[in-house]
Design a protein around this ligand. Sequence first.
Ligand code: KG4
Ligand code: ZN
Length: 361
Amino acid sequence: MRVLGIETSCDETAASVVALDGASAPEILSNVVLSQIEEHAAFGGVVPEIAARAHVEALDGIVEAALADSGVVLGDIDAIAATAGPGLVGGLIVGLMTAKAIAAAANKPLIAINHLEGHALTARLTDGLDFPYLLLLVSGGHTQIVAVRGVGDYQRWATTIDDALGEAFDKTAKMLGLPYPGGPNVEKAAASGNAARFAFPRPMKGSAQPDFSFSGLKTAVRQAATAIAPLSDQDVADICASFQAAVADALGDRVGRALNRFRQELPGKADPALVVAGGVAANRTIKATLEKLCVQAGFQFVAPPLKLCTDNAAMIAWAGIERLRAGMAEENAADFVPRSRWPLDSISAPMVGSGRRGAKA
Ligand code: KG4
Ligand code: ZN
């Protein structure tokens, strides 16, 4: 099985070919990712219109490069898988329309993939993980804990009631005058800071409600920064370190609850695993906190290589293979319309603040 994947839901234009032959391990034959960070840096965040235009300009070349790198010609591809949501609708339209055109021209099936399903199934591509397992997705757009029970069988156990965690890092960086994207710069500054200087809140810690919240923490950071302005480099470092400590602590509390729930609800799993995905998973303080938590709870800690944790098309191609293999690709007709909002788990109640149009993801 060889599937061409296309990803354009946010600010990465990506294409990849993934192969699965019989019972052997899957193989990523190519994985091309073009980041638009430079296009958006001046604005301190992703500008949807700029993103969509950049996808239009780059995508055909990226697909060509992914095919060339893979050594597979289009005729030998079994299906085209493209991200159809959730995400910025301009980019989704570019990716899905391109995929439809390629599928029609080459007479291949098209598989519309939920971007979150791509993240959810990556650990099976990289680590051959068996179902069920627990996924913590922490990126610029999403903060979720999902019980991954099978292909197409996902239960969202927790989500953010306000900002995504990556967004909280980015906004904190912006407040402190650090460049975009904020996460890596906050982590860098935190390395020389005193994490005990500011007692920032640990949002939701101890709460019976399983969800996340980061906007109160962001406000506390703003108040602390305003109170001692102008900020020296040491002040910035101390705020970053204290912020990061608060985040890690709050995250550990939330994930700890989910590990317990997994043990109770899916007790048959002898060697349970927690998988992390998303750009924030690159953060060493957060990673160390989660790793420790897993050791204590008897969970395997799985962190796929960062390149496959952040947005990429190999995860989309792989989700296509999983769907083909499970006989679930035919649900995806070629007339699939991009969905800017597309919850992975349609049963979970929409979050507060998700508005009239319902849950985003
Ligand atoms: O998964 P990703 O590359 O893209 C999407 O959001 O889809 O995640 C990007 C997010 C950004 O908010 C970025 O600031 C954050 O991940 N990030 C980090 C770190 N590296 C990236 N946050 C904290 N620490 C890091 N080292
Ligand atoms: Zn993503």
